[in-house]
Design a protein around this ligand. Structure first.
Ligand code: HEM
Length: 403
């Protein structure tokens, strides 16, 4: 543990990072990495940095220029998307994005998600098994966000791979092939969106149901510039995919070991609301966040010079015993549950309502239909540190009771 380095993660870390997180939290909570950056693992420190946008910037231009190359599509994309900008530009863009995401009435979204979930379960049922990732958790968000943006069904195919390729480039040490795939994905995505936006401008949808039309038209007198529009569309489509997929997949996997919780949730879908927060806490689909110190400051007594890059370990903070009693135990009734899975502060997840709604409907309808599901083959982990989830989770959908 003493020579732990985020840039050289051992294989066991990808399987189970929690013993490492615990060691760091207990022995070196403000850990200096060989490259001079810091890794924070305590709840109090992680949440304090998230809440303090004045001392800790989200602007990644300095960090991404050497990582991606200042002329690269990845650099252009990641430095233009709202999550990696600061006020005042961020405040303005966030307001426009929140307005567009909230445009469709919640009942409309509820009905659309439910229809998508049921169609996926209908398709799997006759086979008696499914890969809970490919056939369910990953198939759903692309349809849900595709419906919100009114993307023609036949054109949704490449969206998931583009998203994965763009997000994978954010891993601590992407290799040349991952960088090339990420750059190609940004270029492909931009061309796709330019075409889609052009068609929507010529033939607008209803700004009260169609998120893309609302993003194009803006709120009141304010609207996104062309660059803001294109890169934030990419970002929203990316952010909506992998995290939600992993949240659903991680919860289905965790419940394999929790027959009582499954029975409770299948009998009372309302219990899914607190349960969701616990699934998000204990296996956070987004394990790391990043900030840069804007000025000389201190964290937990340690002096932090201006310009220090800081990695915020959400996965470790969410299992800090100082914030959560018995933190390694999954307790679906845990409440209150002040986890940091969706971040906190001015950049807190802008899609949190949609993410919760999607995961709640997906998990409750899955359980209502297949409460006794079992593992059909060993699950395969995603193999990434920042985005924690499964690549494959083969489940047998036993419909009869085992009791
Ligand atoms: C389980 C699912 C999700 C998780 C765990 C998650 C997690 C997060 C986290 C941790 C942040 C904060 C990043 C930071 O402060 O550096 C964030 C921001 C964001 N998320 Fe999510 N997210 C999820 C789903 C979604 C969905 C479905 C959407 C879109 C519909 C979305 C859109 C966004 C956007 C636009 C931001 C940037 C907000 C800002 O910079 O102001 N997310 N998300």
């Amino acid at each position: 543990m003493k020579d732990f380095d985020l840039r050289k993660l051992p294989e066991e870390f990808y399987q189970d990072p929690y013993p490492t997180y615990r060691w760091l939290r207990e022995n070196d909570p403000v850990r200096r990495m060989p490259d001079g950056s810091l890794l924070l693992t305590r709840y109090a420190d992680v949440s304090a940095v998230y809440r303090d946008a004045k001392h800790f910037s989200s602007d990644k231009r300095r960090e991404f220029a050497p990582k991606f190359g200042p002329e690269s599509p990845l650099y252009q994309h990641h430095t233009a998307s709202m999550v990696f900008t600061d006020a005042p530009a961020h405040t303005r863009v966030r307001r426009l994005v929140l307005g567009a995401l909230a445009a469709p009435p919640s009942e409309t979204v509820e009905a659309a998600i439910t229809a998508r979930v049921d169609a996926l379960l209908d398709a799997a049922a006759p086979h008696g098994q499914l890969d809970a990732i490919a056939d369910f958790a990953a198939a759903l968000p692309v349809q849900v966000i595709g419906d919100l943006f009114a993307i023609p069904a036949a054109r949704r195919g490449p969206l998931r791979q583009w998203s994965l390729d763009i997000l994978t480039a954010l891993e601590p040490t992407p290799d040349a092939a991952q960088l090339a795939a990420g750059n190609q994905a940004v270029t492909g995505f931009l061309a796709f969106l330019a075409d889609l936006i052009d068609a929507r401008r010529r033939n607008p949808g209803d700004p009260y149901t169609d998120t893309l039309t609302r993003l194009i038209q803006g709120e009141g007198y304010d609207r996104l510039s062309e660059t803001e529009l294109l890169h934030n569309c990419i970002f929203i489509l990316d952010a909506a995919h992998e995290t939600t997929t992993n949240m659903i997949g991680n919860a289905l996997e965790a419940m394999l070991r929790l027959p009582e919780a499954r029975a409770l949730l299948a009998a009372d879908p309302e219990q899914m609301r607190p349960a969701l927060e616990e699934f998000a806490r204990i296996e956070s689909s987004n394990q790391f966040g990043n900030r840069i110190a804007t000025r000389d400051t201190r964290i937990a007594g340690t002096a932090i010079p201006a310009g220090t890059p800081i990695t915020l370990c959400i996965g470790a903070a969410n299992r800090d015993p100082a914030a959560f009693a018995d933190p390694d135990r999954l307790d679906i009734t845990r409440w209150p549950n002040k986890h940091l899975a969706f971040g906190i502060g001015v950049h807190m997840c802008a899609g949190i309502t949609l993410a919760r709604q999607e995961a709640r409907i997906a998990l409750s309808r899955f359980l209502a239909r297949f409460p006794n599901y079992t593992l059909a083959a060993p699950p395969v982990r995603g193999g990434r540190a920042r985005f924690r989830g499964f690549r494959s989770l083969p489940l047998a959908l036993a419909t009869h009771s085992h009791s």
